[in-house]
Structures are given as C-alpha cells and as structure tokens.
Design a protein around this ligand. Structure first.
Ligand code: GMT
Length: 384
C-alpha cells in the first residue's frame, strides 16, 4: 500500500450538513495529496469550482420509461462504484448515509470480490433516526450498516440511537468523529454592513437573530418565528432566514400575518453566507431532532451564541449557559427568554461569544477530524 490513498466519496449533492461534511473531507484529503473521487448524482454544493482538485463521476439513471419510475438510483450508483473502483483501483469507498449509499457500496463489493475497496459508512441522523428505522427500510438499513467495514457517527447520541434503533449490539464498533468546521472560513468578523444591506433601517444596537436549515418539519420553523416574535415584542430586533424547503412558505405567511415582514429577511438557499452569519447576534435551532446540528457549529465558530433545543447531538457541541442556551423542544418562551438575556446583556454576550469560538478551536477543528478519518482509512487497509 502506498502512502497516497485512492479514495472515493459518495454523498447527496443537496444542501445539507452531510453533503458539506463529505465535501470537506474529500477536499482536505486531496490537499493532503491523496487521489479523491466523488461519485454522486450531481456536483455537491461546495464542490462547485473545486473540481480540478478532485475527480467527479456523475451517476446517471436510465430514462427508459419502465425503469425511470422504479427507483433505480441505487443500482446506477452501484454500477458507477464498480466502474470507478475497477479503473481507479480504489482503496476506500466512503459513503455518507446508510440508505441507499451503504447498500449500493455493499452491492458493488459483492460484484468486485477481492478487488473491492474497504467501505466506510458515515451515518448522519436522518438515515437512522427518521428514515432507517421506518419498517419499510429497517432490514436493509441495518444490513448495510453491519456489512460496512467501518461505521462512524458525528455524535455519541447518534451512535447510541443506531445501536438501539436497529437492535445492533454495542460490541459492534461505531467511531464517533464529531463534525468539524473550517475555522479560517467561519471567522468572527462582525461587519454589520452586510446586515444593513438586508435591513436598511437597522439601528446600531438592534439585535439580529438568524436561522439556517433545509426548512423541513424536523427544524420546527414555526418555533423560529414564534421565538423571534416573542423577543421582538420586548426588544426590537430582526431575523435572517437562510435556506429553503417545505416549511418556508407557511413561515413567510405567518410573518406577514404578524405584520413583521419588514423585520424578517428570507434569503433562500445561499452557497456562501458567512459574512452575514458572522455579523448576527444569536443563532436559533429549535429542532425536533438533530444528530449534530452543523449549522450551529458554523455559528459558534463565528462567535455567535446558539439558542437551541436540548435534543440529539446538540448538547455535545453547545454548552448550556456557556456558549449558548438549551431548552426543551417546543418551549418557545424559554428560548425567547434566553435570547433576551443574551441581547440585553452585552457583557454576557461577549463572554458567550469568546467561549464559543475557543470551544470550537479546541474541539471541532477540521485538521484533527481529517486526521481521524485518515487514521481510520489506514487502519482498515492495514487489516486491523
Ligand atoms: O436535516 C438536515 O439538517 C439535513 C441532514 C443532512 O443530511 O445533511 O442533516 C443531518 O446530518 C448533519 C451532518 O452530520 C447533521 O448536522 C444534522 O444534525 C443531521 N440532521 C438530523 O439529524 C435531522
């Protein structure tokens, strides 16, 4: 085995933490001199403009009518994995999401036999807590997890949920490799000019809250609006909403009904929004479930305190009373109270902001996380 690894990564190319984590791993491995391939339906969001560093292989499905309606993506993906593994002599196939990616990887390995790469599966939560344990998919998700050569999760919460949700014995090893953030890119700049472009009448000391997600029901977008409305009733403030999904329209409607449309900016999907994020005051994440909550980590890295629900992997990154506040799911009043404590007390806010950044630098930097993935790949190839 040479020092230079031949690695392929499969992820969903859509907006979402799993695709971002997969892309960052691939780019960082390429920076370290490894040969990196991405096998996906489309170019992952943050890979745009970076493709000279890695090789992209597009998965295309047949447009034959009988096939195009029968969910052939896993088969097309497995075939592409076989092709890339054979031509490129892959060492490692790192898939993000058990269904259908680990399943496709297992199919590819069955076909490739001795020449198959080792399969690393990183679970991200939705595949385990929401979809995987649905009886429709449970047997195949469980099988795909168990057949992987190594499995990782971004939080201890998700490791436990995987063991318990699938009836997998705790002796089955799952490595917790926390998600990470590029702390050079997510930097505490606090340049309010970006916010004044969104809200021309913004006062100098007017707090700005922010939420970033895919606006699915699990994010409880209604609670984001309710927390904002409750804070706004006691202290004038603004809200920036970044992302899109099924809950966006209802949220926009509610904001209009409340007469708050001039105080809320819905920006939709944004490839890069770090300057805006870094200039805001509090990040809101009142989700029903979150295996990790990568968007909150990006905020903490910019020194923005987080007010979130006390569920899933969030307490593993947000320290209650130190870098943010956690409250029970749906407790809008408690969350609004916490936001008010932060925006009314600048000294408290500064302490939270400083500790948030320090904590990220200490525990969630990109380099050490990539070291852990690389060590895992090498351990598998050494047969340990
Ligand atoms: O629901 C989302 O936010 C999208 C989903 C994804 O596929 O990216 O996010 C999951 O993976 C992220 C990266 O590990 C985690 O930060 C999110 O917490 C997780 N979402 C859920 O568990 C609901």
């Amino acid at each position: 085995m040479s020092d230079r690894l031949n690695l392929a990564i499969t992820c969903f190319p859509t907006f979402g933490g799993s695709g971002l984590v997969a892309t960052e791993i691939g780019l960082a491995m390429a920076e370290r001199g490894h040969r990196v391939h991405f096998i996906a339906r489309d170019l992952p969001v943050r890979l745009h403009g970076m493709t000279r560093k890695v090789v992209f292989h597009e998965v295309t499905e047949s447009d034959y009518p009988a096939l195009s309606h029968s969910g052939t993506y896993p088969l097309a993906l497995a075939s592409k994995m076989i092709e890339v593994a054979s031509y490129e002599h892959l060492d490692i196939l790192h898939v993000h999401y058990a269904v259908p990616h680990a399943t496709a990887a297992w199919m590819a390995r069955e076909v490739l036999g001795d020449k198959a790469p080792r399969i690393v599966t990183t679970l991200h939560g939705t595949d385990t807590t929401l979809v995987g344990t649905d009886p429709t998919y449970l047997p195949i998700t469980r099988f795909s997890i168990l057949r992987s050569d190594a499995v990782t999760t971004p939080s201890a919460f998700l490791r436990r949920a995987t063991w318990e949700g699938f009836g997998i014995p705790e002796t089955f090893p799952i490595d917790v490799i926390p998600n990470f953030v590029d702390t050079e890119r997510y930097w505490p700049t606090r340049d309010r000019a970006h916010l004044r472009q969104l809200f021309p009448g913004l006062e100098q000391d007017e707090p700005v809250l922010i939420h970033v997600s895919n606006f699915r029901p699990v994010k409880r977008i209604g609670d984001v609006v309710s927390v904002f409305a409750a804070v706004q009733g006691r202290r004038l403030c603004r809200l920036v909403m970044i992302g899109d999904g099924p809950e966006r329209s209802p949220a926009e409607r509610r904001v209009r009904e409340l007469g708050l449309e001039d105080r809320v900016a819905f920006l939709g999907k944004q490839e890069s929004f770090v300057e805006i994020l870094a200039a805001t005051d509090v990040f809101l994440l009142p989700s029903e479930q979150e295996s990790f909550g990568l968007a909150a980590l990006e905020a903490l890295s910019c020194g923005i305190p987080v007010v979130a629900s006390n569920i899933g992997g969030i307490p593993e990154q947000v320290e209650h009373g130190k870098t943010g506040y956690l409250a029970p799911v749906g407790d809008v009043e408690a969350m609004a109270g916490h936001v008010l404590e932060l925006v009314r007390e600048p000294e408290r806010w500064r302490g939270f902001s400083r500790r948030a950044r320090e904590n990220v630098l200490e525990r969630f930097q990109l380099g050490p996380a990539i070291d852990r993935y690389e060590a895992l790949y090498r351990r598998l190839l050494a047969g340990k």
